[in-house]
Design a protein around this ligand. Structure first.
Ligand SMILES: NC(=O)c1ccc[n+]([C@@H]2O[C@H](COP(=O)([O-])OP(=O)(O)OC[C@H]3O[C@@H](n4cnc5c(N)ncnc54)[C@H](O)[C@@H]3O)[C@@H](O)[C@H]2O)c1
Length: 343
């Protein structure tokens, strides 16, 4: 499999390294409009070809797969050109700038029998795989809530707000774990420095009273990556900054029953049992993800993090932007064309 990579900024080198390390796979050409990227590339991989013209990558007959690792506003056009030239596409999160662009690319790939994979890297981490396993096995019972805190100081982006920068991670994880069709989004946020929101709070409503909340912030003095998932049987805390024991499962819960002699009075009982920290596989997520993508292409399988999964995330991002503009008004997400992640 021959790979062309467009974008060699911060994240591009990770994509190049991971595709390069795969068996029967070579990185044929790397493009970046910034000429200084060539020296960085050649230092690591002296024999790799470099160009400042990205159209050479999308047009090259020597390339089977194009990886788009550029800012979000370029994803649609580069992915479209790659698909029109018969390439499979590995594209960074967030997939596109809006729902219409994502839908068009999905249709184009379908028509040409090409694969799109959206880089929702966290779905390939040992922690997220373990959480999904626990939820599928009903270890937590029916879910009540998903609550995630992803905050740090910077890195300020100029083309997107903090939601489009950080929340795709949480939204893709939430989508993968909850596996339900979200109903509505409420979001609030504020911009303090460069005209785009740097602090934001998103709430997503699901059927069966499952509620998700995501707090993203570029203005936090400390870095926090913590997610709480509560179920009727157990509750889970995932601290991604922990080296060991990233996931802790608490056998805690609350139940209510009517008082035997006074039906108007509720008896509340709290359960507080043991905590255990399950083993989490230490894997490089991007390596697992690139291996999986190549396998999907070879075996003609649809990746679970395909364009449709990317669209589900973009739909919520777009709704969150709309809700922020209306100071937290609820935006309904209902759509016929929704494919559930568990399908
Ligand atoms: N999956 C993850 O965990 C993860 C982490 C970081 C970034 N990302 C995503 O990766 C993408 C890139 O982010 P980054 O942090 O590397 O940005 P960056 O600004 O550091 O790098 C982007 C590079 O793309 C180049 N570029 C821009 N337009 C181009 C074009 N049309 N043709 C060729 N080169 C072009 C720029 O010169 C720059 O070198 C974003 O979509 C971002 O959301 C994903």
């Amino acid at each position: 499999m021959r790979i062309g990579v467009i974008g060699y900024g911060y994240w591009g080198p990770n994509i190049v390294r991971n595709f390069h390390s795969q068996e029967n796979c070579e990185v044929t050409l790397v493009a970046d409009r910034d000429a200084t990227c060539e020296a960085r590339l050649k230092k690591m991989y002296p024999s790799f070809a470099f160009t400042r013209d990205e159209s050479e990558v999308v047009r090259s007959p020597e390339i089977d797969v194009v990886a788009v690792v550029t800012p979000v506003w370029t994803h649609y056009e580069l992915t479209k050109q790659a698909l029109l030239n018969g390439k499979h596409v590995f594209v960074e999160k967030p997939f596109t700038c809006n729902v219409a662009q994502a839908e068009e690319l999905i249709e184009l790939a379908d028509k040409r029998s090409l694969k799109i994979m959206v880089d929702h890297t966290f779905l390939f981490t040992g922690a997220v795989k373990k959480i999904r396993e626990l939820v599928d096995e009903k270890e937590l019972g029916n879910l009540y809530y998903y609550d995630s805190l992803r905050v740090n100081l910077g890195l300020f982006q100029h083309d997107v707000n903090v939601i489009w920068d950080l929340a795709p991670h949480d939204l893709s994880i939430m989508d993968y774990i909850i596996g339900e069709k979200p109903e509505a989004v409420v979001a609030t946020g504020e911009s303090h420095l460069n005209g785009v929101e740097d602090v934001a709070f998103i709430t997503v409503y699901f059927p069966n009273k499952i509620i998700a909340h995501i707090n993203v912030n570029w203005l936090s003095p400390v870095k926090v990556r913590t997610t709480l998932i509560g179920g009727e049987k157990k509750m889970l805390v995932w601290n991604d900054l922990e080296a060991d024991e990233k996931i802790k499962i608490y056998d805690k819960g609350v139940s209510m029953a009517a008082h035997p002699s006074n039906l108007h009075q509720l008896l509340v009982s709290y359960r507080s049992g043991d905590m255990h920290a399950p083993q989490v596989k230490q894997v490089e997520a991007l390596r697992a993800e690139t291996t999986y993508f190549l396998q999907c292409i070879r075996e003609n399988k649809t990746p679970f993090n395909d364009g449709v999964a990317g669209l589900r995330v973009v739909r919520i991002l777009q709704a969150a932007d709309k809700s922020i503009r209306h100071r937290g008004e609820a935006v309904e997400l209902w759509t016929n064309s929704y494919a559930l992640p568990r399908q």
